[in-house]
Design a protein around this ligand. Structure first.
Ligand SMILES: C[S@@+](CC[C@H](N)C(=O)[O-])C[C@H]1O[C@@H](n2cnc3c(N)ncnc32)[C@H](O)[C@@H]1O
Length: 326
């Protein structure tokens, strides 16, 4: 049997999924804004009773998936056996739909100047969630791993925490340092995927916000975050919701210099990847939540409108040591 082809195309700013076999005259369109490979595969399987198809099976193939840089892991959602939902298309640094794919660091260096004023729906949803979960930080030692422009680090410092903030993007760090109140923060340029330059158990709160969707090895990442967290403290991680990745949405911005959509390289993970890697890293899970865009946000944020009802942000709070209660 000829291979099943799952293709993604951007149609009028939304992702559409097409499924079919090469001999089909027209592939079935599972139209905008569905854009979810798994959904397309399920539909396809239902409509072709008797045809065998497994997620991640030999027949699956995707074109123009989420992008991949030479030498990097393909950015393809995986099922819970580590099988890709769909295979990546040919390696490319530019999508035919017209975006530029950069390394994560270079992407954020370019994004830095406009990051804070970008009407980012994910940021709108995530910020109050983090504030509520972090709680009163007066007198606490806080690490912000992947601090970016200091969106969390600066207010936490102003609220009385002693804050250390790490990031590998010089551009993002420079933007953070320009903010009033940033003088009190210890900024360090550092890649959070290599051992952190801080002692074991030295922070009461360890934050890593909207960073994990750029990290491939989640077990090592969690281990380091857990190592530097003091007993009785916790690690708070937020990330682009995996459902967004399946919809073809990942970290992106319009580069004001080129005028083109530009994407820092991302790493696609499923929810089970986040959960199981935390457990494998020896962490205890205290809280998991998924947050969607609601009507109230859509009414004040133009970019949020098309995501109403979609889970956009995934959050985990974990603690070092002990068995998970899940
Ligand atoms: C979406 S921004 C989030 C910034 C900030 N945490 C926030 O929530 O506003 C992602 C940040 O993670 C940083 N980052 C991604 N991968 C990193 C790595 N391996 N080491 C250090 N920083 C990283 C980027 O430079 C960028 O500043």
């Amino acid at each position: 049997m000829s291979p099943l082809v799952i293709a993604r195309r951007v149609v009028e700013d939304e992702v559409a999924v097409f499924a079919g076999r090469p001999e089909d005259e027209e592939p079935e369109r599972h139209g905008a804004p569905l854009g979810v490979y798994e959904y397309a595969l399920t539909l396809h399987t239902q409509r072709h009773e008797g045809t065998e198809h497994r997620l991640g099976g030999e027949e699956g193939r995707a074109e123009g998936v989420l992008g991949q840089l030479p030498g990097e892991e393909p950015c393809v959602p995986k099922d819970s056996h580590g099988q890709a939902y769909a295979r990546p298309g040919p390696m490319r640094t530019e999508d035919p739909a017209g975006f530029d794919l950069l390394s994560t660091r270079e992407g954020y260096d370019r994004w830095a100047e406009i990051y804070d004023g970008d009407d980012n729906p994910l940021v709108h949803v995530e910020e109050p969630v983090v504030r509520a979960l972090v709680g009163d930080v007066r007198g606490l030692r806080v690490l912000d791993a992947g601090c970016g422009t200091g969106r969390h680090a600066v207010p936490l410092s102003r609220a009385g925490a002693s804050v250390t903030a790490l990031d590998f993007s010089a551009g993002m760090l420079a933007a953070a340092r320009r903010k009033p109140g940033s003088d009190a923060i210890r900024f360090v340029q550092h890649d959070v995927t290599v051992p952190l330059p801080v002692a074991d158990g030295s922070f009461d709160r360890v934050l890593s916000c909207l960073v994990a969707d750029h990290v491939h090895d989640l077990v090592s990442f969690w281990r380091e975050l857990g190592r530097v967290c003091a007993p009785g403290g916790f690690v708070l991680m937020t990330t682009v919701h995996p459902a967004m990745m399946l919809r073809g949405v990942q970290a992106r911005f319009i580069d004001p210099i080129t005028g083109r959509e530009t994407r820092p390289a991302s790493a696609a993970h499923s929810i089970s990847d986040y959960v199981m890697s935390a457990l494998e890293a020896g962490l205890r899970i205290g809280h998991i939540a998924e947050h969607a865009v609601d009507d109230a946000l859509a009414s004040r944020s133009a970019r949020s409108k098309k995501y109403v009802g979609w889970p956009i942000c995934f959050v985990m709070r974990v603690e070092p040591g002990g068995e998970s209660e899940l």
